[in-house]
Every structure is written in structure tokens, then in C-alpha cells.
Design a protein around this ligand. Sequence first.
Ligand code: FES
Length: 221
Amino acid sequence: MDDTPQSHPPSSSQECHAPTTTRRHVLEISTAALGGAGACALAVPFLNSLRGTQTAIQQAEEESALLDVDVSDLTPGAQKNVIWRHWPVSIQRRTPQMQEALKSAELLRQLRDPYSKARQQPLDAANLYRSLNPEYGVFITVCTHLGCIPTMHDIPGLPSSGGFFCPCHGSQFDGAGRVLQNMPAPYNLPVPPLFFLTSTKLRLGMSKADPHFDINTIQQI
Ligand code: FES
């Protein structure tokens, strides 16, 4: 019997072992590479769609900040209410007498800020009418005291300019949204930025004369 250790040929499984390991590494590397490439390939459209979504949201926000209002149905002395950026907005069409009353010395003496010194309006509304066009008064009807909604009401005993009365604590405002002295409300009613698209159609949300006016930066709303 020959005790000499036999040199056995490698089994078929041994033959395949080393090459299999190598292939697996190659496969792992390839898979990782493909996975990375796939992730990158997926990430690009995802980022693009995210950017698209952000742009769409931004566009929607900008569009919602603009509101066109047709005032052709307003007769002199009448008003209409709209909602702009979740705030109630009153649009009055003034009679010539109402426009005159807004300049009356008797009225101006009674007002806390008759010349609109406080930044409660865009520059083109910092005048005696607090409006771009004296025929139309446009105000955010949120009381500058504690935020109640004033209703249209003339100020008794003063020239009739239109006006607002706050039912919560009695603040009174004239037809230009200017608060009387000694009232709980500290500031005039805010005027939103706007301009006229036509003589009877206005656009809320942008002032051409004061394009950087931001309603969120006013003294008080
Ligand atoms: S909330 Fe208008 S007077 Fe107080």
C-alpha cells in the first residue's frame, strides 16, 4: 500500500471557488455602481420635480396675492366688500361731496393722523384721500386696535365722508379710514397696494408707484 500522500486533483467545487468569489466582488461592485448611478438618475428628476413644485407654489402664492375687482357696478356712495389675502377689503365709490369732506379742516382737526404719516399705506395713498384715485377708497377693514371688523358708518356731527365704526370698542374712522383722536385704535385702517387696470377695474396686491410696498411690514394690521 502506498502511504505517500496523494496529491488529489481539486474537486469541482474547489475549482470554482476562487473565480466565484471574484465574480461576486465584481457583481457587488457593479451593483453598487449601478445602484449609485440609478440613485443619481432618480435623484435628478426628483430634484427637478421638487424645483417645479416649489416654482408652482411660488407662482400660486404670487397669483393669490393679486385680485382683480370690477367696480363698474358701484354707484356713487356705494361700496362692495371682497376678500384679499384672507383680509376683508372695503371698496367705496365716493360722491364729490364725500371727497370734499375728506379735506375739511373741521374733520382734519379731529383725526389722530390726518396726513397718513404712519406707514399704513403705499406711497401713492399717503394723501388726504388715502387713495390713488379720490373717487375710490379701498381699505382693509381690520380694526387696528384688536382686529374686529368695522362697518361702514358716517361719523355723527362731522362732514359726511363715509366712514367706519368698530363695534367691539367703538373706534371711529372717517371715509379715508383715518381714526379719530382718543379712540382705542392707534392707527388708520391699512390701505392695500393697488392700481387701476382700467377706469373701472382695479388690481389689488401691487402698487405701481410703490412696487416694494409690503403689506406685512406696515405699522399695524
Ligand atoms: S377692536 Fe376695534 S375698537 Fe377694539
